[in-house]
Design a protein around this ligand. Structure first.
Ligand code: HEC
Length: 148
């Protein structure tokens, strides 16, 4: 391959590689917990609106749903090195049963993408329904793969 073509290819794939790499293996734990923390925070803000604890502001809801959809893609590569120290709550199955874990994360990403679409539409009833379905995908993965 010509050098120029090789460099162009590297420029395309290197962000994908960098995605799953960490300076220290334990950084993966912090990365996944931090991204899930942010995801949980913005998801809860939507939950407060859905439960009627906060007023329905379409723009705020759309902003949070967009963030949730973006954040939903971040945690998974940080599970790939299988590191659980320090203080990970991931059960061993999250690493050994990769296919089932991936299925659960795919389901969640799809559900929050649908929630994002509903949020952009601005209809509260559709948002509530999509939120409920997304919340179910969090719960089902936590039940199987996260220690109490
Ligand atoms: C594919 C499985 C999976 C899905 C789907 C999932 N989670 Fe989790 N979640 C985990 C695991 C595993 C942990 C523990 C990670 C660790 O400690 O290493 C976790 C941890 C968390 C934490 C704690 C982060 C911290 O501060 O340490 C929050 C908050 C969270 N998830 C929120 C959510 C929300 C909200 C959703 C749905 C929108 C969701 N999760 C969907 C597997 C999942």
């Amino acid at each position: 391959m010509k050098l120029k073509a090789a460099l162009a290819l590297l420029a395309v794939v290197s962000p994908l590689i960098a995605h799953a790499q960490f300076a220290k293996p334990e950084d993966a734990v912090e990365y996944r917990q931090s991204s899930l923390f942010l995801l949980g925070n913005h998801f809860s803000r939507l939950g407060a609106v859905v439960k009627g604890e906060q007023p329905f502001n379409k723009d705020e809801v759309a902003k949070n749903a967009e963030l949730v959809a973006t954040l939903s893609k971040l945690p998974w590569p940080a599970f790939e090195n299988g590191v659980t120290t320090p203080k990970s709550k991931a059960k061993p199955d999250a690493f050994s049963n990769h296919a089932k874990f991936k299925e659960a994360s795919d389901k969640m990403e799809l559900a929050v993408a649908q929630l994002n679409t509903a949020a952009k539409g601005g209809d509260l009833a559709s948002i509530k329904k999509a939120f409920g379905e997304a919340a179910q995908t969090c719960k089902s993965c936590h039940d199987s793969f996260r220690a109490k």
